[in-house]
Structures are given as structure tokens and as C-alpha cells.
Write a protein that binds this ligand. Structure first.
Ligand code: TEU
Length: 508
């Protein structure tokens, strides 16, 4: 619960073999960066065998490493090194769909009575010969169904046609997928990030969706009640193992009250991603609504999580629009009660890459946030080629790891100080949280545990603020400031524009 989890998108992290695509040995070679930074765990986006229609979220073999990323031996070596360095390893698991090249689907489409036919969701055409219902797939208004001409039926895919949905009502599917979890648990992984977990249970009648609510992720098809039983059984698999094996569910429902239901009284997910804050604009009132919603809906039933960026969304540095805001956002993310998820590169203040049309590759238009990580200021940025699979992010020769490490004032050092402060303060890691009444444009809260206390003030405005609670906080000392100024001194009672601070009671 006290961990900070760092997401690695393996294609974009670090390349060890010169093909311009990151790989597991690349990750292994850079674990020292993560230890220096001070995170507790890594989450690896998919590295399984895949035709890469969705860059690994279309898995053709759940129990092997794609040659692009290395081998199972590389994976084992990575886990061994990570564990030796005190880092936990969480892996992605993609249960809603396989690749259309997975041997189950290859078999399933061979004939209507194939062994694996009912691993997937097949239906006859509607009376007019069209798709069986009105569901649409992600990324566009096209049907979530594709006709298989050879067998005359349509198969369901909430994502690409290359990602047929598994039928979780079939106990054989659950059993096979549970074995996938055991395969990785036996190899020593500490947990799973479970992809589109809320979508596993579908209403067996597959009713038309409310056209008002289409498309994903708001539609009813995404949270059928049977999903909760499926999730409880997944939790049961984790609990067959000793140790703290955890699961974080990607619950892509933009409603915190619904997200909260997946904790299921301690029998569901350990953590659920709650995306509404990620969609909130950079203003204090919006963030207050989000923090209150989490306090109201999630805190009573489970431990919250916080995330500002990932491989599916424009980076928050890009969304919020300025370096100062990205720094203030780091204080926000690491000061709130719950498990923070960092997305590789946010500690460098990276913006999304500008990806010209001829280099765009993702069917979901998400290339910008997946730009490769610059490790140094040379033209190849620590990769073996300047032509990585995607263009570099802006200012890659200034926002690279090596350059920022030499600058104490950099955002990278800010993240490191925040992570140290968090780790050494019981109030910040596990403490209670109370929102405080603050002047307009400022979000303020207090954390408390075992006599330890911290106060966080975030100025969301471009103006200095010194009234109300801000001016009254002069009895506190600055532990970390987003602009790096005044740390270890008394708080002067003014927040500079776009400044956020972590405060501790001043020592007498
Ligand atoms: O994402 C689920 C999901 O709902 C997103 O695709 C979302 O709709 C979109 O990105 C918003 O821009 C997960 C993975 O995180 C994503 O990378 C995969 O493409 C998707 O599932 C399918 O596996």
C-alpha cells in the first residue's frame, strides 16, 4: 500500500539490441535509475508474444516473451535483478481479449464445433444480416463485431478486429487464464495490472446498448455485474500464493462510485485505477471535486490510487501546458493519500512527441505519449540508433536523464526529493488525509499518522497567493517546494505562481 509504482512501456524505455525498440535487457540495464529515483515497484506493459496490432495488448502467447523484447531467461534475469535491488515487479495481464493469432482463436475460427469455439463470443448475424447488436469498438464508430465468412458468424471485439474478446462465462476460459496468472506468479512476479478488467463480464443476452451512452467507455456493456465474481476468483488465484501479490484493475469507467465497487469488500481488486482525475483540468475546484469523490467513494471501501499519465493519454506535462505546472503536479500526485503511479518520463518533465502522419503507428492515436526515453544528450540519446520506433519527445537533448541528474534544480531531482520525503514520512505514506479550507485557486490538505504530520499546498493559479490558510501556514517549514526554492527554511506565508509545497511542522 505504501509503494510508488513506476510504469514502463517496454518498447519506449531502453533498447539493448539496436533495433530501435526497447526491450527487457534495456529495462534491466536501467534499474539503477529507478533505485536512484526511489520508486518501489515497476509495472511492465505487455512484453508477451504478439503480432503488435495494438503494440502488445493483442497477445498471441501469454506464457512467452516476444522476441522483440527478449526471452523468458531475460525476464527471469530482470526479476532477479529487480528483487535484489528491492524493486517489486508487476506485469500487465490482458484478459478481455487475445490476439486473433492466438492458437485458441486460430482453432476457434476453424469451424463451429472447434474445441476453442466457445472461448470467444460468436453470434449469428442479425435478421438483416448485419452485426448481432449495436455495440461499437474502441477508436471509432465501427461495430464491435467482425463477420467470419468461413463459419458465417460474427465475433465480438471491444477493441480491434485483431483482438477478439474471450468469453469469461465459459469456465474453461477462466481456468486457462488463471493458469496464466500462476505461470507468472511461479516466476516470482509481485502482481498484475489487469487490462480493461471491468469489461470481462458481458450480459449473456448481449442487449443493444443505450445509443446515448455509446461508445466505450461509458456504455453499459462495460460493467455487467458478473464481472465482480470473475474478479473475486482472480483475487482467489493470487491468494493461493504467499507474500503480498497484488492486482490493480484498469477500471475504465469515468465514474469514481462505479470504480469503487470493484474493491468488493476486500475480495476484489487491491487497487483500481480511477481515471476521472486524469481527465480533470488543472484547476483547484476541479481537483477538489476529485479528491472529495475519492474520499467519499473509495476511502470507505479500499485504498485509493492516483495517476496523471500513462501510455494511453497525452502526458500531463502536455495537458497542463507548462513546466511549472508539471512540477506542482508532482507534489500533488505524491502528496495525496493512495498509491501513486508514475509513467516513465514524467520525472523528466517530458512532453508528448510531435508525430508526423507518416510516422504515426497506433490505431488509437496514442503515439505522442509513447515517445522513447532519452537517456543522454547525444543524438542517439543512449539508444543504439537515432531512429527509434517513434520520434523523440521535444527538447530530448535537455530533458534527458544524464543532463537532469547533474542539475539539482531539475524536475528529476524534485521527483527524487518528493519520493524520499514520502518514504520517510508515515503521514505521507499511510496517513489520514483531511482537506483544508483554502483560498480560491489553492488546494490544501493535511496528512497525519503516529504523531507525524504534513501539510500540502498547491497553487493552481498563475498568481501569488498569501491570504487565508496560506498566510496562516507560517508555523510550518518547507520540506519540498515544486520550484526548489526555500526548502528546509520556514514557510513564508506566500505561494508563488504555480507553486506547490510539502510542509512539516516547524521545529521549535
Ligand atoms: O486500455 C483500455 C481503454 O479503454 C483505452 O484503450 C482507452 O479507450 C483509450 O486508450 C483512450 O484513449 C487498455 C490499454 O491500456 C490500452 O493500451 C489497450 O489498447 C486497450 O486496453 C486494449 O487492450
Amino acid at each position: 500500500m505504501s509503494a510508488v509504482i513506476y510504469q514502463i512501456y517496454p518498447r519506449s524505455f531502453a533498447d539493448s539490441d539496436g533495433d530501435g525498440v526497447g526491450d527487457l535487457q534495456g529495462v534491466r540495464a536501467h534499474l539503477d535509475h529507478l533505485v536512484w529515483l526511489g520508486v518501489d515497484a515497476i509495472w511492465l506493459s505487455p512484453f508477451y508474444r504478439s503480432p503488435m496490432a495494438d503494440f502488445g495488448y493483442d497477445v498471441s502467447d501469454y506464457c512467452d516473451v516476444d522476441p522483440l523484447f527478449g526471452t523468458l531467461a531475460d525476464f527471469d534475469a530482470l526479476v532477479a535483478d529487480a528483487h535484489a535491488l528491492g524493486l517489486k515487479v508487476v506485469v500487465d495481464w490482458v484478459p478481455n481479449h487475445t490476439s486473433d493469432r492466438h492458437r485458441w482463436f486460430v482453432d476457434a475460427r476453424a469451424s463451429r464445433d472447434a474445441d476453442h469455439r466457445d472461448f470467444y463470443v460468436w453470434r449469428d448475424p442479425s435478421p438483416d444480416g448485419g452485426p448481432p447488436n449495436n455495440w461499437v469498438r474502441a477508436w471509432g464508430e465501427q461495430p464491435a463485431w467482425t463477420l467470419d465468412p468461413a463459419t458465417g458468424q460474427w465475433y465480438l471485439h471491444l477493441f480491434l478486429p485483431e483482438q477478439p474478446d474471450l468469453d469469461w462465462q465459459n469456465p474453461a476460459v477462466a481456468a486457462a487464464m488463471h493458469d496464466v496468472l500462476r505461470f507468472w506468479l511461479d516466476r516470482g512476479v509481485d502482481g498484475f495490472r489487469m487490462d480493461v478488467l471491468h469489461a470481462l463480464g458481458k450480459d449473456p443476452a448481449l442487449p443493444d446498448d443505450d445509443p446515448e451512452l455509446l461508445p466505450i467507455p461509458h456504455s453499459a456493456l462495460n460493467h455487467h455485474r458478473s464481472t465482480h465474481d470473475i474478479v473475486r476468483n482472480l483475487r482467489g488465484v493470487l491468494e493461493e500464493y504467499d507474500g503480498d501479490r497484488m492486482m490493480v484493475g484498469e477500471i475504465f469507467l469515468l465514474d469514481t462510485a462505479l470504480v469503487a465497487t470493484y474493491y468488493d469488500g476486500g475480495e476484489g481488486v487491491h487497487l483500481a485505477f480511477n481515471f476521472p482525475p486524469l481527465y480533470a483540468p488543472w484547476d483547484a475546484a476541479s481537483w477538489q471535486v476529485q479528491v472529495e469523490a475519492v474520499a467519499r467513494e473509495i476511502e470507505p471501501v479500499g485504498w485509493p490510487s492516483w495517476v496523471l499519465s500513462n501510455h494511453d493519454q497525452p502526458r500531463h506535462r502536455t495537458r497542463y501546458g507548462s513546466p511549472a505546472r508539471a512540477r506542482a503536479a508532482a507534489v500533488l500526485l505524491l502528496g495525496l493519500r493512495g498509491t501513486p503511479f508514475l509513467y516513465a518520463g514524467e520525472e523528466l518533465g517530458l512532453e508528448d512527441a510531435e508525430v508526423p502522419a507518416e510516422r504515426a503507428v497506433d490505431p488509437g492515436g496514442r503515439d505522442g505519449c509513447r515517445a522513447p526515453i532519452p537517456w543522454d544528450a547525444t543524438p542517439t540519446h543512449g539508444w543504439s540508433t537515432a531512429d527509434a520506433w517513434l520520434p523523440w519527445p521535444p527538447d530530448a537533448d535537455r530533458r534527458d536523464v544524464a543532463s537532469l541528474r547533474t542539475q539539482e534544480t531539475s524536475i528529476l531531482h524534485l521527483y527524487r526529493r518528493l519520493l524520499t520525503e514520502r518514504r520517510t514520512s508515515p503521514a505521507l505514506t499511510l496517513g489520514e488525509q483531511e482537506l483544508l479550507r483554502a483560498p480560491d485557486g489553492v488546494l490544501a490538505w493535511q496528512r497525519r499518522a503516529d504523531g507525524d504530520e504534513r501539510r500540502v499546498l498547491v497553487n493552481f493559479t498563475g498568481e501569488a497567493v498569501s491570504d487565508g490558510l496560506v498566510g496562516q501556514s507560517t508555523g510550518w517549514a518547507v520540506r519540498v517546494s515544486s520550484d526548489g526554492r526555500g526548502e528546509a527554511g520556514p514557510f513564508g506565508g506566500t505561494l508563488r505562481p504555480d507553486q506547490a509545497v510539502m510542509l512539516a511542522p516547524a521545529v521549535e
